[in-house]
Structures are given as structure tokens and as C-alpha cells.
Design a protein around this ligand. Sequence first.
Ligand code: 3HC
Length: 307
Amino acid sequence: RKAAFSSSARHLKDINSVTVIGAGLMGSGIVQVAAQANYKVTMVDTTDAALKNGQAIITKSIKRVAKKKFGEENAAEQQAFIDKALSNITVSTDGPAAVAGSDLVVEAIVENIDVKQALFKALDQAAPADTIFTSNTSSLPITSIAEATSAARRERFGGLHFFNPVPAMKLVEVVRTEVLKDEVYDSLATFAKNTGKTPVECKDTPGFIVNRLLVPYMMEAFRVLDRGDAKAKDIDVAMKLGAGMPMGPLELADFVGLDTMKFIIDGWAKEGKIEEALVTPSKTLNSLVEQGSLGRKSGKGVYDYSK
Ligand code: 3HC
């Protein structure tokens, strides 16, 4: 691919090929934006069904992107853009084989430290020494995940945190651990820019920047609901029309997934690094999760999406 930057004195690693592990909503979004930016991308998941699902998400979303980029009337340009991007994507169920030929690995699998560590342990052995490792985790410390890899790899292991929906959200948090090399940070920031995003730098602290501010705000909306101070719809309308938010806090929680919300807040409470009042659990949130009402993806959360 044509490098969008010149090689500097800091010897930026020129990223050409990327492996994304996890073909869910976040993983497939990352695959899509990298492929649109002309990176060669391998999308990895454990089953063919998961890969098919990821491809379906990409196909739907990329049509939307193409329509917006070229306009309804330019069908040929749209199709050429789509074909080019899709031709940059291959799929695989063999993570170690994929990373053996990759400059960058982005992990976007389940938020479970043991599962992530087992994955990275295997990938560390299979990947070339200079391959950069990253996680898209929103709730686990990058430093803890990286512990499964060699000391040398940890200097090339950062956070690359995208936002949902990845094709539309313009931000990437680039997480700098204590040991991350400057040139690796620069390569990651450049990668983020090449995918059309704006990178921001943050330390490896709970929630990084966005979730550290956003999750307590969304949790407070649940506590307003718990106390019966306002109805769900009114909370959301209030924040949209009174504070200019694109979605209300409860709609956004349904969009992110209520299980994810609960997982983040419970994890923070356990870590004990955030003020207690901010991690106070919500009865409403906990009971919805217990009933399996996890938000949009399950057809019901705070709101009903089944109709
Ligand atoms: N694929 C491609 N493009 C998409 C897309 C998708 N899946 N979803 C939205 N878009 C694009 C559309 O093409 C549209 O572009 P345009 O307006 O320039 O033509 C634009 O995004 C807006 O989409 P819509 O007009 O369909 O709908 P809205 O105006 O209601 O916007 C939204 C949708 C962008 C999702 C907006 O509601 C929003 O910004 N919501 C808040 C999202 C948010 O806060 N996300 C972060 C959650 S926290 C997180 O992810 C962190 C995690 O770790 C928990």
C-alpha cells in the first residue's frame, strides 16, 4: 500500500498487513475501516459461522459508507470502492498462522482476561519479533493482558480502542503502557489516522478517557431510573435535547450492551481504583441483565426492540 507518511528518524514500523482477532461487532468494524484504508487484513475467529457473521456486518455497513462517499447516483464508483475494500480482506480460523505474516495484531474478542492471555501467549510465539500487538479492550488493563507475552513483546503491546459503530465514530484511543516504545506508539497513531480516525493518547487507566467519563454518566442515568426520579424515555429525551447528545444515556447503554455496562462497572468496583460512589451498582441494570435483556442485540433492554 502507499504509505501515508515518510519513514522518520524514529524508524516507524510501516504497517501493511493487519490481523484482527474476533469477528464480532467491534472486530468486523476494525477490519472494515482498515480494508477501506487499503491495508491487507485477515479477520480471524474460531468458527466459520462467526466469520460469516462478521462478513455480513461488513457488507451491510460498507454499502452505507460507499453511498455516503460517492452519492446515490454514482453506483459504479460505489461498487469499485466496495470491491477494492473487500478484496483486501481474507478470513481464517487459524490465528497463529495469520499473525505469522502480520505487522499489526488487533484483538477484539470476549472481555475475559484468561481467554485474552491464552490467545496472546499463542500469538506471541507465532508472530515475528517486530509485530505490534494491541487489544481493543474497553475494561481490562493492557498491562495485565500483555503479561502473557515476552518482555520484548510487551514493549510493542499497546491499546487501540475503537468506538461503536466503528465505521462512523471518528476516535481511537491509543493506550500507552509504562513500557510501550515511543516508535510503536507513533506507528499505532499513524495507523489510526490512516483509517480516517483521530487518535488520542491515554495512559493504561480504567476506562481510558471516553469510558472513564461516559460510563459513570450512563450509570447515573440508571440510578435516576432506580430512584424513580424520571422515566427512561424522559431521561433520554432530556439529554438529547438539553445536552446535545446524539443518543440518550439509556439508549446508548442498550446500544453498547447492558452486559458490557455491568461488566465494566463490576470490574471497576473490584479493582477499587475509582471512587466508590461512581461504581455503585444499579438495581435496574442488574435485573435487566439477569433477565437476559441485554440491549439491542437481544431485542430488549431498557427499551423493546422486538417490533
Ligand atoms: N456503518 C457505516 N456507517 C454508519 C454506521 C455503520 N454501522 N452507523 C452510522 N453510520 C454513519 C451513517 O452513514 C451516517 O452518516 P451521515 O450522517 O454523514 O450521512 C452517520 O453515521 C449517522 O448515522 P445515521 O444518520 O443513520 O444515524 P444517527 O445520526 O442517529 O447517528 C450514530 C448514529 C452515529 C450511532 C449516533 O447516534 C451516535 O453517535 N451515537 C452515539 C454513539 C456512541 O457514543 N458510541 C460510543 C459508545 S461507547 C463505546 O463504544 C466504547 C465501548 O468500549 C463501550
